[in-house]
Design a protein around this ligand. Sequence first.
Ligand SMILES: *[C@@H]1O[C@H](CO)[C@@H](O)[C@H](O)[C@H]1NC(C)=O
Ligand SMILES: *[C@@H]1O[C@H](CO)[C@@H](O)[C@H](O)[C@H]1NC(C)=O
Ligand SMILES: *[C@@H]1O[C@H](CO)[C@@H](O)[C@H](O)[C@H]1NC(C)=O
Ligand SMILES: *[C@@H]1O[C@H](CO)[C@@H](O)[C@H](O)[C@H]1NC(C)=O
Ligand SMILES: *[C@@H]1O[C@H](CO)[C@@H](O)[C@H](O)[C@H]1NC(C)=O
Ligand SMILES: *[C@@H]1O[C@H](CO)[C@@H](O)[C@H](O)[C@H]1NC(C)=O
Ligand SMILES: *[C@@H]1O[C@H](CO)[C@@H](O)[C@H](O)[C@H]1NC(C)=O
Ligand SMILES: *[C@@H]1O[C@H](CO)[C@@H](O)[C@H](O)[C@H]1NC(C)=O
Ligand SMILES: *[C@@H]1O[C@H](CO)[C@@H](O)[C@H](O)[C@H]1NC(C)=O
Ligand SMILES: *[C@@H]1O[C@H](CO)[C@@H](O)[C@H](O)[C@H]1NC(C)=O
Ligand SMILES: *[C@@H]1O[C@H](CO)[C@@H](O)[C@H](O)[C@H]1NC(C)=O
Ligand SMILES: *[C@@H]1O[C@H](CO)[C@@H](O)[C@H](O)[C@H]1NC(C)=O
Length: 846
Amino acid sequence: MLWILYLVFISIFVKAEQIEERRPFFINCGSDSVTNAEGRKWIGDSLSTGNWSLSFLGIMVSTSSIKGDAEYKFLYKTARIYNTSSHYNFTVPPGSYCVRLHFHPFLFAGFNPNDSLFDVLANNLKLVSNFNVSGEISWRNLINNSSSTSLVKEYFLNVNSYELLIEFLPSSGSFAFVNAIEVIPVPDAIFLGFVRKVGNSGFVAPLGVGGHGLETMYRLNVGGPVISPSFDQLLWTKWETDERYMFSVNAASTMTNISNISYVSPNDSFFAPLLVYETARTMINNEVAEKRFNLSWRFEVDPNFEYLVRLHFCELYYDKPNQRDFRIYINNKTAADDYDVFVKAGGMNKAYHEDYVDAMSMQIDTLWVQLGPDTLASTPGTDALLNGLEIFKLSHNANLAHGPDKINGDEPGAAYKRHKSKSFLAAFSAGFAALITISLASAALFFFKRRNVANQEKPLGWHPLSLHEMMGSTAKARLAKLPLISTSSTPCNRIGRRFSLGEIRAATANFDQSLVIGSGGFGKVYKGEIGNGFLVAIKRANPFSKQGLTEFETEVDLLSKLRHRHLVSMIGYCEEENEMILVYEYMANGTLRSHLYGSDLPSLSWKQRVEVCIGAARGLHYLHTGAETCIIHRDVKTTNILLDENLVAKIADFGLSKPGPTLDHTHVSTAVKGSFGYLDPEYYRKQQLTHKSDVYSFGVVLFEVICSRPVINPTLPKDQINLAEWALRWQRQRSLQSIVDPRLDGDYSLESLRKFGEIAEKCLSDEGRNRPTIGEVLWHLEYVLQLHEAYIQCQVDNSCTKSSLPFADFSFILPDTNKVQGETSSNAEGETISSLQGRSVQSLFY
Ligand SMILES: *[C@@H]1O[C@H](CO)[C@@H](O)[C@H](O)[C@H]1NC(C)=O
Ligand SMILES: *[C@@H]1O[C@H](CO)[C@@H](O)[C@H](O)[C@H]1NC(C)=O
Ligand SMILES: *[C@@H]1O[C@H](CO)[C@@H](O)[C@H](O)[C@H]1NC(C)=O
Ligand SMILES: *[C@@H]1O[C@H](CO)[C@@H](O)[C@H](O)[C@H]1NC(C)=O
Ligand SMILES: *[C@@H]1O[C@H](CO)[C@@H](O)[C@H](O)[C@H]1NC(C)=O
Ligand SMILES: *[C@@H]1O[C@H](CO)[C@@H](O)[C@H](O)[C@H]1NC(C)=O
Ligand SMILES: *[C@@H]1O[C@H](CO)[C@@H](O)[C@H](O)[C@H]1NC(C)=O
Ligand SMILES: *[C@@H]1O[C@H](CO)[C@@H](O)[C@H](O)[C@H]1NC(C)=O
Ligand SMILES: *[C@@H]1O[C@H](CO)[C@@H](O)[C@H](O)[C@H]1NC(C)=O
Ligand SMILES: *[C@@H]1O[C@H](CO)[C@@H](O)[C@H](O)[C@H]1NC(C)=O
Ligand SMILES: *[C@@H]1O[C@H](CO)[C@@H](O)[C@H](O)[C@H]1NC(C)=O
Ligand SMILES: *[C@@H]1O[C@H](CO)[C@@H](O)[C@H](O)[C@H]1NC(C)=O
């Protein structure tokens, strides 16, 4: 009996001891062998031991050849596929863990990795959702100009029980896969302690992995080379170079240590290998004592999350304090001032780090880290230094995959979602052609903004990026103020990738005519293909078009700051030799106009039309209110509303856009520009641009959508030439259905059409103050859609009575224009516009 008790005792003891040991797991998925490589022992997941198991074996797949990625070649030859939910169950002691998932898609027997779509959860923390590995890899390659074939995702989380479950949940009809999993115990201290919240006057809050999961977004060896995982035998981290994240690399110089360095506390070795601290970036070395610029890095992140920014420092040069004193900014907010690395570390060559937390708000997906002079500091030396930088995303409601609930139909994780949609690229507007852009003041063609003074006091030794030699000096001056080649430290949300002219040539078969999908005063738009199969729209400026230059400038400036589901996204740009080229997402379904008339495309249903208008209104609403500075589009028309492969409407062409009035002004004075037939008569009369000018143009778009005819058709009888006037007359008589597009074939609810017409009518009010805001328009359009859907539903149920509508009565709260203007008379400006038919617009205005 005794020996049995003894055995029980021993086994309990052994088990407990085994469990308390915090050892890493390196799992090679889809494999049944053990591989030793770079100091690590990778165990095939078919060989599960007592301390971990697999709930469902799935399907093992392997490939014989691996292209690209030298790293982990041995790991990526096998994978495990799950066509149903499955989990890895690790028995681990409580504590903090780093979980790394490796993905390397290859053509798995019978499974195309392009079809894979899944969620991954770790102890109920959602790591990814609707994850398309191939899509993510293609997107990264596009952005980074790389050709990687694999992807590693890294997370930190806390295990409270003895169980770590990593679940793979394929989307319905799809499958999940994984090539390797690492589970590495990390000291709790790695994310413990207190952290400063930026912009909250030094408010210090506890940070623990306990309450959060974290995802590593960026890990950079600032000023140094790539550090591969084998140099970090504790956490096996990989450190990227920082150059491509720098706003202006020329502003910085790199340095390396000149003597031995060490950690402030020996336990700090977990935070980063010493290698990271051996190199750094400082402000460019020049003779100017006063360095009036910032070192800036910017990162694409998902909006609506909090981020932990970890800065690694080590003073490599000065052996006394007060030699280098700077300020740290995160997202334009001061995170620290009078920052002296020597003082903070307690000496030279001492490695340590500093953490800050900041929240990204709605719609902002660029995180800025800047180091700059502290003018208030008493120190003589203004210089900054940074050795390493990490950015971690903090989970929100146990979710790292999606932002908190959205408003305005806006998507969190825009960058991620953008490429998740099946073919996210599409045709750029063909609408440059045939549209008359009127310009009242020729001076407008040459409008300049003064460069800010700081730019002119640029330090010596500065190397402005290459400007085209062929370009005239005015053009150069203008280009020089573009953010993308700005030599100043002015922050700019530029994330787009820079393409070489060679790449653009390759993408467009050397600007082949057959690939032209649009053209205009600015230049031509080509359909192109970048990387492996990404379709893009490439807008190439005519280098001799002065107007084009201004518009290019405006567009780059604006687009780089804007990102929204209903705005066409800019992917990148190219400015090389004499070229100015913008690369956009390709909109598969072309312009809204091409679906209304003038092409053989099938007609849109009433529901589709209303949805397109809602999408376009959302995009405009974002421009007017959502962006950092409000923006007036100035050229709203059906050729600037593009449709993607799912007929999602996106606003394009910001060439004429202007920042809107500030709070203390209700308008901006400007030369009248815009497209004929859509132009706001009030703007044209007073030369004062307001948001309501866009609302007017949008009203014309609404009528165009109903009637499917050009806004100006000179071949028609005089009273029908101008769509706005003509349709407005029918609308005022409440008989819009007489001029509705016959192709709709009566397939719409009369009530929704009536409401739609009312909205268009209000938009066309003569005076801007009587027009609704675009937000109100949006709201009412959504109501139109509901009316129509209720009608469809009751047709299905065969229960169409008035009372079956979901809303009994819905009072229209828009301002009533009829009080302001006569029932039938069209205003004087309207007449002017319509009387312009057939004449040369240019001659009239100059
Ligand atoms: C899991 O258990 C095996 C023996 O059963 C042991 O060799 C291995 O070290 C354990 N792994 C971990 C990570 O604890
Ligand atoms: C998953 O794949 C296996 C092997 O191909 C197959 O037998 C099984 O029916 C599949 N299960 C589902 C849910 O598709
Ligand atoms: C995970 O494994 C442990 C130990 O084998 C077991 O007690 C637990 O029930 C497993 N969890 C799940 C969800 O299968
Ligand atoms: C996956 O899709 C891309 C384009 O989206 C294509 O180039 C590639 O060949 C596809 N891969 C497979 C295995 O079908
Ligand atoms: C994943 O992305 C690839 C490449 O962009 C695409 O070809 C594929 O259709 C996408 N798969 C799914 C299921 O969305
Ligand atoms: C490429 O881009 C992604 C995100 O855009 C980034 O996370 C990644 O680290 C970059 N670098 C490499 C080498 O993939
Ligand atoms: C830089 O620091 C490392 C220690 O991390 C040391 O091995 C190396 O010798 C140092 N370099 C110089 C030039 O002292
Ligand atoms: C740097 O460290 C190495 C050993 O780690 C030592 O031999 C050498 O003397 C140190 N150099 C200096 C300048 O302290
Ligand atoms: C370093 O870690 C050890 C063991 O985890 C701990 O006992 C010690 O207090 C730590 N030292 C410092 C300075 O934090
Ligand atoms: C920071 O300020 C600059 C102008 O001073 C602005 O262009 C930039 O968008 C701002 N960035 C953020 C994140 O607020
Ligand atoms: C550095 O950046 C911060 C935050 O964007 C800004 O407030 C400050 O004016 C910049 N400093 C210089 C010298 O440009
Ligand atoms: C992109 O990468 C290719 C090949 O690595 C290179 O030739 C090209 O110059 C790069 N483009 C840019 C803009 O860096």
